[in-house]
Structure formats: structure tokens, C-alpha cells
Design a protein around this ligand. Structure first.
Ligand code: TXD
Length: 308
């Protein structure tokens, strides 16, 4: 049996995610976009690479939700990016509409799917998807932490000139300026980072991690990052479909864990065939907990600003 993954939004993150999934033969992929021809064209272009690269996954694309029926996993990347003159609330309201409509369409045809949200503002869009789908938290969560941690891991490996493969990193909290990099839980082949790097160097890495998204936007000018974000989604989808049970930081609805309730916040979670199978609670210092609470407060403000 083949797995089916739907990617809603065939833009930069969506299309690159589809490409990674198909090339690894993780699943067949259906892309849906309001720009129907764009999705159809990208799918055809990718399929024409299949003979050269030798992958057997099928990719299709269009504006119709019919082919998404029975998707095992759905990745939602549809939405607008902020443009000059738009306030944050404008973006929130517009993307809430877009994400709400996409999720409504998806759950009609795939009531058992696992939803992974990518659209910004990420934590608030998770809440929109939860409300519209009515899914339990095991089947609706967001991608941000894997990306933020990947950036941190890359910066650590570059600073120490060691293999990225040996570097583990953790970032908690919302996907924004208030995210909480955790150097104490970041290691190089098991060695905690504070034993390898001076405090000021660690702080520089934390800051660059927090601003990792804007660093890329400043280079691209017309869009935001997509190579690393799509790699992060790919990791999550792979852990789910192959039931790997990797511990990955994701935006998860908390039910009292970390002292937080009814809010999507980035925390480590076990991802397997059941979706988000378990929240992993880390022991935090008072400073780390305060930073997490501040980040959660920023998410709460956004959620409260959601149109009812
Ligand atoms: O860490 C993270 N979570 C993120 C989030 C990392 C990177 C990007 N992040 C956010 O994902 C970003 O701020 C955006 O909100 C989304 C998608 O980013 P991307 O870079 O892929 O944006 P694009 O290239 O503009 O693609 C968006 C696509 C585009 O093709 C639109 O036509 C489509 O979304 N779109 C829709 N598709 C279906 N249905 C509707 N209604 C719709 N509206 C727009």
C-alpha cells in the first residue's frame, strides 16, 4: 500500500516539501492550490524528473480537493506572506480565512488525516485548524521547532567545526522572536554545549537562531525560507509514516504540560503513526521557564486576536 500525503499550497514551502517526499518515495503526493495551474505544472515538472532520479512516487496537482481523499497526512502551507502596508492583524485575519477553508475541505475528504500546519502565524494557525477540524491534539500540530532547532544545530556545527550529524539542539516556545533556544539540552555527540562553548558564543548562537527567519528574508527580499522549512516538514512526515517515534519539537496543544493549558506552544513530542503520540516534559530552570511563559503569552495574544 502507498501512503498519500496532501500538501495544500504549492508555493515555495509546499512544492519543495512535495519534491522531498516524492524523491524519497515516502508517499504519493497531491498538491492543491488556488493557483491551480501552478500546482498542476509543478507536479508535472516533478514527475518529469522521476525517470532521471528514479523514484516511483506519483505527484499530482491542481485546484480540486477531490484527489486528496483518504490522505494519511496533510501539510497546510497555504496563505499569504506579509506585504508592505499590511498589519500583523491583517495577515492573521486573512490566513485564518485561508487555513480555515483549506482545513474544512481536507477534513471532509480525509476525516482520519494527520494535519501538520506550516502557515504563519504558526501557533495561531494551529488553533484555527483545531477549531475547524475538531481533531484531537494527536492529529493537529505545527512545524516550527524542527526548523528552529535545525538552524541552531547548523550554527553550532559551524562554530565548532564539527559534523552537523553529531549536533542535537532544542528550541521551545512559539515560532517568533520569543522562541526559547535551550543550550543546556543541546549537545555534540552527547556533550552538553555549555562544556564546549563560552557563554557569549552560545548567546550569539541563540540570537541568530531567534532571527534565523528574518536573516533569510533579508537575503531573498521577495519571500521567506523554504529549503530548511521543507526539510523540517519532511522529517516530521517521515517519523509519522514510518512510525519512527522521533522526539521532535512541534507546536502542540498543551493540556497542563509545562504549566500551560489550551495553547499551541513548541515542545518536544514523540511523532509516530498515531501522530503526536506524547509530549515530552523537560526540567526547566527558573529562567528557562520564565522565557517559555513569555513566549506562550505572545501566542495567547495572537490567539485572542483571532476573529471569532
Ligand atoms: O516554520 C514555519 N512554520 C514556516 C512558516 C517556515 C516557512 C514559511 N512559513 C509560512 O508558510 C509562511 O509565512 C507562509 O505563511 C507559508 C507558506 O510559505 P511559502 O514560502 O510557501 O509561501 P508562498 O510561496 O507564497 O506559497 C503560498 C501558496 C501560494 O502558492 C498561494 O497560491 C497558496 O499558498 N494559497 C492557497 N492555496 C490553497 N488555498 C488557498 N485559499 C490559498 N491561498 C493562497
Amino acid at each position: 500500500m502507498r501512503y498519500k500525503v496532501t500538501v495544500v499550497g504549492a508555493g515555495n514551502v509546499g512544492a519543495t516539501t512535495a519534491q522531498r517526499i516524492a524523491e524519497a518515495e515516502l508517499a504519493d503526493v497531491v498538491m492543491v492550490d488556488v493557483a491551480a495551474d501552478l500546482a498542476t505544472g509543478k507536479a508535472l515538472d516533478m514527475m518529469e524528473a522521476a525517470p532521471v532520479l528514479g523514484f516511483n512516487s506519483k505527484i499530482s496537482g491542481g485546484g480540486d480537493y477531490g484527489p486528496t481523499e483518504g490522505s494519511h497526512v496533510t501539510v497546510v502551507t497555504a496563505g499569504l506572506a506579509r506585504k508592505p502596508g499590511m498589519s500583523r492583524d491583517d495577515l492573521l485575519a486573512k490566513n485564518q480565512e485561508i487555513v480555515g477553508e483549506c482545513v474544512r475541505q481536507i477534513v471532509q475528504r480525509s476525516p482520519d488525516t494527520i494535519l501538520i500546519l506550516v502557515t504563519n502565524p504558526l501557533d495561531a494557525m494551529c488553533e484555527v485548524a483545531r477549531r475547524v477540524s475538531g481533531f484531537p491534539r494527536e492529529r493537529v500540530f505545527g512545524m516550527a521547532g524542527v526548523l528552529d532547532a535545525a538552524r541552531m544545530r547548523y550554527f553550532i556545527s559551524a562554530e565548532l567545526n564539527v559534523s552537523v550529524e553529531d549536533v542535537a539542539g532544542f528550541v521551545l516556545g512559539g515560532h517568533g522572536d520569543t522562541m526559547v533556544p535551550l543550550p543546556r539540552y543541546s549537545t555534540v555527540n552527547g556533550i552538553p554545549l555549555p562544556q564546549l562553548l563560552a557563554a557569549d558564543r552560545i548567546e550569539a548562537i541563540n540570537n541568530r537562531t531567534r532571527k534565523g527567519g528574518i536573516e533569510i528574508v533579508d537575503y531573498y527580499k521577495t519571500g521567506s525560507a523554504y529549503y530548511a522549512p521543507s526539510a523540517a516538514v519532511f522529517d516530521m512526515v517521515g517519523s509519522i509514516l514510518h512510525d519512527k517515534k522521533k522526539i521532535l519539537p512541534c507546536a502542540v496543544l498543551l493540556n497542563g504540560e509545562y504549566g500551560l493549558n489550551d495553547l499551541f506552544v513548541g515542545v518536544p513530542a514523540v511523532l509516530g503513526r498515531g501522530g503526536m503520540e506524547k509530549v515530552v516534559e523537560l526540567e526547566l530552570t527558573a529562567d528557562e521557564k520564565a522565557a517559555l511563559d513569555k513566549s506562550a503569552e505572545a501566542v495567547r495574544e495572537l490567539v485572542n486576536a483571532l476573529p471569532k
